[in-house]
Design a protein around this ligand. Sequence first.
Ligand SMILES: [Zn+2]
Length: 244
Amino acid sequence: MNKSIISAVALIFLMSGCSLLDHKQADHEAHWDYKEHGPEHWGDFSGTCDSGKAQSPINIIPTQSVHLDSSYEITFDEDVHTDAKIFDNGHSIKVVPQKGGKITLHGKDYKLIQFHFHGKSEHTIDGRQYDMVAHMVHQAEDKTLAVVAVMFEVGEKNQFIKSIINNVGKEINIDPQDLLPKDVSHYYHYVGSLTTPPCSENVQWYILKDTDSISSEQLKTFRKFYIDNERPVQPLNSRHIESK
Ligand SMILES: [Zn+2]
């Protein structure tokens, strides 16, 4: 091989190497979503989404759940009046309170840092997907997370949801306790993950059994923002679901 051929081959190799690099960079820059870069591609954004063995959401089968270990019971202390920013973050309607309340488990406080909505529930119960869900994300000082899921069913109008839907892009005063259903003493608990990239695990999940209502009109308005922002259910693997 003469010198000019070698350099031509090297040049082609370099060029293809560059274009591969460009692709990689483009992939990194492209953001995850629920369509083109949907859940089956989330492994490109975070390996845990693909390889994790304790992922969320899951289908909960009540007859296969076990009694809750009492040390995992939670107490709610969400009744605070706080200013909160409501915004459309491109994946969901998200509400960030300035000073959220907390839940306590294992003697550890988890502060409410944000809540957001999915146009249909992500967790299913006996295969049933609820009309909408709110995920109340709590964080302890050591950065570990506990999420409370509040399921919605179509029925009466919901005043709290009304104030959220009407104020997207604004800051208003709220009491996050108004998001909770009447009975917060019964729930399913298991250890899972974030349901969006990076799909980080070791998240304490609490799915309340009592539900909130939302009018069909409100649901329609909400779904103008988002309807298909749910990750499909993930394998339970060796985990247990606890029930209280
Ligand atoms: Zn969520």
